[in-house]
Design a protein around this ligand. Structure first.
Ligand code: ZN
Length: 254
């Protein structure tokens, strides 16, 4: 009988260790905001993004919550999350905007995709333009098209699995004036290759510096221009960048 006890103890320890591994708390919590009453191509992207990040949450042990209710952009809700995603829209009321800027000024994390960064003279939110590194939307290609992208640096946590150059799936690419690269606070990670010009048919991108993925180093943030249509998640190499991006923002300590 005595000889069986160590075996039983080992078995019990194994069971409890396994249970602890399954039940361990999430490494960080993400809340993804999106909108179903926007351009259909932007809804398609959001739906694909939800599938992608929900699966990733299971694999990488973070909590992934989603909402179409932008009134949840308030201090009480945001305080429960380390990362906020804007998949295809942005806050429109002064209250939502104030809650978001306060969250980011106090170390919150954010990734915005595509139209999340859109702003023009009607947006009337100077804080957000500054947050993006001064970038104001000025032009886009149409229809959505694949484009050659240049990655520099390739050793950044967000881009470390990307090659220096690759062909990105079809997207509507935005141009900005001024380019966020002109801001001393911005680090550009991915840029539209000038070899693409002229890019488009009905609407053309013909010249200029077009950053595609960048961070404003004053914040825990990343802007990603991809986000238009149902092709965005068709490249496994590029998909890895979305994973690396979320883990980079999520794991930064407040
Ligand atoms: Zn678009």
């Amino acid at each position: 009988m005595m000889k069986k006890r160590p075996l039983l103890l080992c078995l019990l320890l194994h069971v409890s260790f396994t249970a602890a591994a399954v039940n361990k708390p999430p490494a960080f919590k993400v809340l993804a905001f999106y909108n179903l009453r926007v351009e259909p191509d932007h809804v398609d992207f959001a739906n694909d993004a939800l599938v992608y990040f929900k699966r990733l949450a299971g694999e990488k042990n973070f909590q992934f919550d989603t909402t179409t209710d932008w009134s949840k952009m308030n201090a009480a809700v945001l305080s429960k999350y380390q990362v906020v995603l804007w998949l295809n829209f942005f806050p429109t009321t002064p209250e939502q905007r104030a809650a978001f800027s306060t969250y980011m000024e106090h170390g919150g994390g954010w990734i915005g995709f595509h139209v999340a960064g859109y702003n023009d003279k009607y947006t009337q939110w100077p804080w957000f333009v500054n947050f993006l590194g001064g970038a104001v939307f000025v032009n886009n290609n149409w229809p959505p098209l694949p484009a050659k992208l240049h990655v520099d640096p390739t050793n950044h946590p967000v881009t470390r699995h990307l090659p220096a150059d690759y062909l990105s799936p079809a997207n509507e690419w935005y141009q900005w004036d001024p380019s966020p690269r002109l801001s001393k606070d911005v680090k550009v990670l991915v840029t539209l290759d000038a070899a693409n010009y002229p890019l488009g048919k009905k609407n053309l991108l013909t010249s200029g510096d077009i950053p595609v993925v960048w961070t404003n180093k004053k914040y825990n943030m990343l802007y990603v221009n991809m986000g238009h249509g149902d092709k965005i998640f068709t490249d496994s190499l590029q998909n890895k960048m979305y994973e690396d991006a979320l883990l980079w923002v999520g794991r930064k300590k407040k």
